[in-house]
Design a protein around this ligand. Sequence first.
Ligand SMILES: [Fe+2]
Length: 98
Amino acid sequence: MINPNEATPIPRRIPFEFPEDIDPCWIPGDPEMSAMVNGASLGMPYLEPFLIRTIRESMEHVDDPKLRADMAAFNAQEGQHFRAHRRFNDLIKAKGYP
Ligand SMILES: [Fe+2]
């Protein structure tokens, strides 16, 4: 449910880089959780741009300035996310992750 009194989210750049030599099994002692999170990450560069396009198209039908600001912030945030996921995915694939 949308709370109109909540502050518009502030999109942020992700303040770290993934190590070039990242081990695809990056959670020590927990290969299953590593695989689950890796699997989710591999889908994000497809999901998040879809969400951005969906929100952008929906904005044509929204007049409320606060909601439009929230939607724009969401899109900016998702833009940061999918780029970070793509970087991470490229690194684990380069290390042989299937
Ligand atoms: Fe996201």
